[in-house]
Ligand binder design. Structure first.
Ligand SMILES: Cc1cc2nc3c(=O)[nH]c(=O)nc-3n(C[C@H](O)[C@H](O)[C@H](O)COP(=O)(O)O)c2cc1C
Length: 176
């Protein structure tokens, strides 16, 4: 797909088919995240792709707890979640959040380019400050000083491609 078409037409998808995505597509999405720009080129982000159904259920539960309401499926039934962290041993909190956001955006666009649906999902920061979140990291054999930023729900879209909201006026100014 043409790069500009991907950037303009990607939309958040909030209904997924249960079918799992292909491993090669997942790896390409993660690779797109690896190549996103990072402050000072320090490559502070770290990604955890979760496809285990029980772990996905736990993550949905934690997300609901953080929201404080019984939202049926904070990750919209997506079969793959990509949790995005930064490593405080590599960068500071300001750059870490920016680096992770940069990687997430690349991955959302890569997913769309590969014919997949995705959605940016919040609440990762609080989730991995909770004991249950830290326990997941421990179970996965991942060091606990990673700071969660956000996550992606990824899968085959089970909805019509949404139309974008009209863009606000005066989004930019070109100064010559
Ligand atoms: C920082 C940030 C947090 C977001 N958190 C959520 C979320 O928790 N749940 C959700 O469904 N969408 C979330 N989104 C997706 C936005 O709602 C979505 O990008 C926006 O409505 C524009 O729609 P589009 O992505 O289709 O262009 C988030 C997006 C960003 C950038």
């Amino acid at each position: 797909m043409d790069a500009m078409q991907v950037l303009i037409n990607r939309r958040s998808i909030r209904r997924f088919k249960p079918e799992q995505i292909k491993d090669e597509d997942l790896k390409q999405i993660l690779e797109a995240g690896e190549y996103a720009p990072t402050a000072k080129g320090l490559q502070s982000p770290f990604f955890i792709a979760v496809q285990d159904k029980a772990d996905i259920a736990t993550i949905n539960d934690l997300s609901r707890q953080i929201m404080g309401r019984d939202f049926p499926s904070p990750y919209y039934g997506a079969p793959t979640l990509i949790l995005v962290f930064y490593d405080r041993g590599i960068t500071n909190d300001e750059f870490g959040v920016l680096d992770a956001s940069s990687a997430i955006t690349n991955m959302l666009n890569a997913a769309y380019a590969l014919g997949l649906g995705s959605c940016w999902i919040h609440r990762c920061h609080q989730m991995f400050e909770m004991e249950e979140g830290k326990a997941l990291l421990k179970k996965w054999g991942i060091k606990e000083d990673l700071i969660g930023v956000a996550s992606l729900a990824v899968g085959y879209s089970d909805q019509e491609q949404p139309k974008p909201r009209p863009r606000k006026e005066n989004f930019y100014k070109i100064v010559k």
